[in-house]
Design a protein around this ligand. Structure first.
Ligand code: HEC
Length: 95
């Protein structure tokens, strides 16, 4: 009996963590799309997912932010972090 309660709690905990992290990723993706698809298609960005490391993304994001003010330093870090940790282009592009 005790064991099954423990398993139930473990399952619920794992499920809620998964839902939480999936939700956070979607929110970040929506944020990046809103900031980075103003001047060009988001495909320009998602095509390079997995090809640039964190440093290279930081350089690209900074270059883009300099073209058009409105992306704060904190947001630039957030975007570069998302782009360098996204596992595949599906994180941004649907197809
Ligand atoms: C003010 C308009 C503008 C915004 C906003 C913008 N870009 Fe760009 N982007 C450009 C232009 C113009 C080019 C092509 C010229 C160049 O490479 O600088 C480009 C090119 C690119 C390239 C290909 C060239 C390279 O350096 O790899 C990537 C990747 C890119 N943008 C990513 C992004 C990301 C990520 C964001 C959001 C942080 C973003 N862009 C927001 C205007 C913009």
């Amino acid at each position: 009996m005790k064991k099954s309660v423990f398993i139930l709690i473990a399952v619920l905990f794992t499920a809620s963590v998964m839902i939480f992290t999936a939700g956070a990723e979607d929110k970040d993706a929506a944020f990046v799309i809103s900031k980075c698809s103003v001047c060009h298609k988001i495909e320009k960005v998602c095509g390079q997912i997995g090809q640039k490391n964190a440093e290279q993304w930081a350089v690209t994001v900074k270059k883009m932010a300099e073209k058009k003010p409105g992306i704060s330093d904190v947001e630039q870090k957030q975007i570069a972090n998302f782009l360098s940790t996204a596992k595949d282009r599906k994180a941004l592009c649907t197809e």
